[in-house]
Design a protein around this ligand. Structure first.
Ligand code: LLP
Length: 417
């Protein structure tokens, strides 16, 4: 196989995921369709998880990156926990069989109902992001007659040098609290009958490839943990968040997870804490593709548009962040490349999947794969323009199965009666 990413590549000119020619998926399921590879998920999970084997740790997959129950099941079998940000995500994680003791729950705006749900299910800890939330959690715990295990999410004020929309650890971001505030919250929690501070949490951003910032943040947070310890507040879990980037351009080298481990392991070893990690994109990103069909080829004087059947409602990242997703044809093409815009059917100029991209010359009816679409692909899809959301498929060896049916027209209006 001429490999592009692990488990994805060409054989005799045809694009395969594992042993399955993607053309077969399209013939059976249609387009647009998200396709995931079980082996690729396993590859990326293991690459990440094994890098940390030297220390006690739990890899809590960030469910927001890909929340399909079948994806979660694959990861659960490998020992994954779940990083969640809503009741819905906790529900999905538990439905997939993930042990509640491996579930963490973050998010700046948790409703009481959600805190209640989380505590009742006995999750590992709630990552508290504000003073108000701490009081809300205390109230809910008291109502339930159960102590609430928690971590305070601190904002270490480091610059992750990534897209501003996905930078979360800067002072001006809405996430977490300052070290100063965190101290107050831990003191309060320590005294409360209903609160039990068991961990500390930080997450500085996403798609980070400059690894040194992780070390910088971890050391800042570790210093704070030592201050807590000296006041008699012991925290057991050191939750270092997610954010490790991937290579959206296959020709670029991916940063090995080992490099991240080298930054973090010495810090937790010294603290003697149990490490929690929350990778999302790193595990699911390159384990999925979105396949779409070229509906029309529109030529203008000096411009070519490939109009495809997937729009910004199906894959939001390019239009939302100007993100780059590599595109390859399902059938390898010889000959001259063309510079074209790959655009969707949505009635907005911003509905672009790739701008001025050098691509093989394509014809109407051809299929292309949008790569690195396993993370923040389907989970960010919407029904905009009343378009049913795509099907999802899981490949395993020579077989594949539909793991989410394509939505139908009646699904679109089902809640309106
Ligand atoms: N933990 C927390 C608290 C988070 O907020 C996030 C992502 C993660 C873990 C996982 O981050 P990852 O390992 O996937 O980088 N929609 C954007 C990404 C938003 C990330 C939000 N938080 C995108 O498509 O690039």
């Amino acid at each position: 196989m001429k490999e592009i990413y692990p488990e994805l590549g060409y054989r005799n000119g045809e694009l395969f995921f594992e042993e399955v020619p993607l053309k077969e998926v399209v013939q059976r399921v249609g387009t647009p369709v998200y396709v995931y590879s079980r082996k690729a998920l396993e590859y990326w999970f293991n690459e990440f998880d094994l890098a940390f084997s030297e220390v006690p740790h739990t890899t809590c997959f960030a469910v927001k990156s890909n929340s399909n129950v079948h994806v979660l099941k694959v990861l659960k079998e490998l020992g994954a926990g779940a990083d969640t940000v809503s009741m819905g995500e906790i529900f999905r994680a538990l439905t997939s069989g993930i042990n509640p003791k491996k579930v963490v729950f973050a998010g700046v705006g948790k409703r009481e109902e959600e805190l209640h749900f989380a505590l009742e299910r006995g999750i590992l800890m709630v990552n508290v992001e504000s003073e108000g939330e701490l009081y809300a959690l205390e109230k809910v715990a008291q109502k339930l007659g159960r102590r609430a295990p928690l971590a305070v999410r601190v904002n270490p004020d480091v610059n992750p040098k990534t897209h501003p929309y996905i930078s979360t650890g800067l002072k001006e971001a809405k996430f977490g609290v300052t070290f100063e505030k965190a101290f107050e919250l831990y003191r309060y929690a320590k005294k409360s009958r209903w609160l039990e501070p068991v961990g500390i949490h930080f997450h500085i951003g996403s798609q980070i490839t400059d690894i040194s910032v992780f070390g910088e943040a971890a050391r800042k947070v570790a210093n704070f943990v030592r201050e807590l310890h000296s006041e008699g507040i012991e925290v057991e879990y050191f939750d270092a968040g997610g954010g490790l980037g991937i290579n959206y351009r296959p020709e670029e080298k991916i940063v090995p997870a080992k490099r991240l481990a080298e930054e973090i392991i010495p810090v937790v070893k010294e603290l003697g804490c149990h490490l929690i990690l929350e990778p999302g994109r790193r595990i699911s990103g390159n384990a999925g593709v979105l396949i779409t069909q070229v509906l029309y080829v529109k030529k203008r004087e000096n411009k070519t548009f490939y109009i495809v059947d997937a729009g910004m409602n199906d894959i939001a990242r390019p239009s939302l962040y100007g993100a780059y997703h590599h595109i390859v044809p399902l059938q390898e093409r010889e000959g001259e490349n063309v510079v074209a815009d790959v655009v969707g059917p949505i009635c907005e100029t911003g509905d672009v999947i790739a701008k001025e991209r050098e691509l093989p010359s394509l014809k109407e009816g051809d299929y292309i794969a949008v790569l690195s679409a396993g993370a923040y692909g389907f989970t960010m899809a919407s029904n905009y323009n009343s378009r049913p959301r795509p099907a999802e498929v899981m490949v395993e060896g020579e077989n594949f199965k539909i793991v989410r049916q394509r939505e139908t027209l009646s699904d679109l209006i089902a809640r309106e009666f």
